[in-house]
Design a protein around this ligand. Structure first.
Ligand SMILES: *[C@@H]1O[C@H](CO)[C@@H](O)[C@H](O)[C@H]1NC(C)=O
Ligand SMILES: *[C@@H]1O[C@H](CO)[C@@H](O)[C@H](O)[C@H]1NC(C)=O
Ligand SMILES: [Mn+2]
Length: 429
């Protein structure tokens, strides 16, 4: 066996061919060497192994393995790049690796550098000082980003509700819009008043950017905010309202709860400071004129009204209601069509509370049974194709370390954002 091997080494030297691929100093060629080449064995290790074999401490695998079984590897020898060549590093990054931004979008400092042009900006609002039930959604922005790692290439067989819908044929990440992840607004956990004001200023700074895509009919950046408890929507709405003309926006509010509660009912009888919270922000949004009355709608509603008066007050705030059970009656597409009818051609702000989903799918700030399935939600959202979506957010995303449901919550939240991104991009291409 040894004799044959050395003959071959000679052959390689004489002919200058690499077909057999043996390194000339290898006395005891093994199956592993054939498969992995230099990666499996260094010169030092080779020498050590040879010594061990000579001393009879180690079996020469050449004696025991059938070399025919490694013929394929010997004749298809792997060629590694030059040791200092790193050109392949930038070509492909595995989806689970790297520093995590939403769907691998480029990260940008959007707050102080307002000269850059952006079409759509993702920003996190890590805040949970306004919750009445489970806290912890300050980890939400990070959770959504973790859940978005498989996203970034958007052409799928289910985007859009029919083969001839425009949505079916687009990849929101690849249509030429400049979409970036701005990171999180630094929101202090110690004083909700300061914290919410920080968010307003952060959103406002992002809204100052001009858009990049020439064909767009939006002059200013549209923002997708990752929450955070639902209180944050008041600040997002305020900045969107001021950016898009100081005219009330059609608010599409996916949520198990109405969130228009009079502060006298939720929080306000504790202190004035406690009045603004995740159950009252829509009362304030309506009072401040951000909500287009009669053209705004709750979707997925099912939690108790708390008081008899709350139902009446909700109407005063300008919302129509599509309950979770209405999805059974109208079908998902029917719900989508009804929402479109309600908002018409008005500018839309869509806020999505993760508790819209049934408790079986997610963890969130205030879980309610009897919610929607992921497919129902994706169908409803895609049916909104063509609406004038100027801003959106996803809130009450309760992910680890606050919850222990694996990755489900983050994955679903990311999937909703992916659909919303589709709705934002489809009108631009
Ligand atoms: C909306 O009103 C604010 C405050 O008065 C003003 O600064 C802003 O320019 C207005 N926005 C638009 C788009 O007109
Ligand atoms: C606040 O209002 C709620 C609902 O009406 C009531 O149950 C609660 O007792 C009130 N708390 C205080 C301190 O007034
Ligand atoms: Mn809510």
């Amino acid at each position: 066996m040894k004799y044959i091997l050395q003959t071959c080494v000679l052959c390689v030297c004489v002919c200058g061919q690499e077909v057999l691929g043996y390194a000339s100093n290898r006395q005891h060629q093994s199956f592993l060497d054939d498969i992995f080449g230099d990666i499996a064995i260094s010169d030092q290790a080779e020498e050590y192994r040879n010594q061990q074999i000579e001393m009879g401490e180690l079996a020469d695998t050449m004696q025991t393995l059938d070399r025919d079984s490694s013929l394929m590897f010997r004749t298809n020898k792997l060629h590694f790049p030059d040791d200092d060549d790193l050109s392949d590093f930038s070509k492909y990054v595995p989806l689970y690796s790297g520093i995590v931004t939403f769907a691998h979008l480029p990260q940008e400092e959007c707050f102080t550098n307002t000269d850059s042009t952006l079409d759509i900006a993702i920003v996190g609002a890590p805040f949970d000082s306004g919750v009445s039930y489970s806290p912890g959604t300050r980890f939400g922005p990070n959770g959504v980003r973790q859940g978005s790692r498989r996203l970034g290439y958007g052409l799928t067989p289910i985007r859009g509700n029919s083969a001839d819908s425009k949505l079916r044929h687009i990849d929101p990440y690849g249509e030429g819009l400049r979409i970036v992840d701005c990171g999180d607004v630094p929101m202090t956990p110690f004083d909700a008043r300061i914290s919410l004001n920080q968010l307003y200023r952060g959103e406002r700074a992002i809204h100052k950017h001009d858009t990049a895509l020439k064909s767009t009919h939006y002059k200013k950046t549209r923002v997708i905010t990752l929450g955070g408890d639902h209180t944050i929507t008041l600040m997002n709405l305020r900045s969107a309202f001021e950016t898009y003309g100081n005219e009330s926006l059609a608010v599409v509010h996916f949520d198990a709860h109405i969130d228009t509660w009079d502060p006298e009912v939720v929080g306000g009888n504790v202190s004035k400071y406690a009045s603004i919270n995740h159950g009252t922000f829509l009362h304030y949004a309506s009072e401040l004129g951000y909500v287009s009355k009669g053209h705004s709608v709750h979707v997925g509603t099912r939690a108790p009204y708390i008081t008899l008066e709350s139902k009446h007050h909700d109407k005063e705030c300008g919302f129509k209601t599509i309950t979770s059970k209405d999805v059974d009656i109208l079908t998902s597409r029917g719900v989508g069509r009804k929402i479109k009818e309600i908002v018409g051609d008005r500018k839309v702000y869509l806020t999505f509370d993760l508790d819209t989903f049934d408790i079986g799918y997610i963890n969130s700030g205030t879980l309610e049974a009897g919610g929607l399935t992921p497919r129902e939600v994706l169908t409803i959202l895609d049916e909104l194709e063509g609406i004038d979506l100027v801003g959106c957010d996803i809130v009450e995303v309760s992910t680890p370390p606050n919850s222990y449901d694996g990755d489900n919550t983050g994955l679903l939240a990311a999937q909703v954002i992916d659909s919303l991104l589709g709705l934002m991009v489809v009108t631009e291409v």
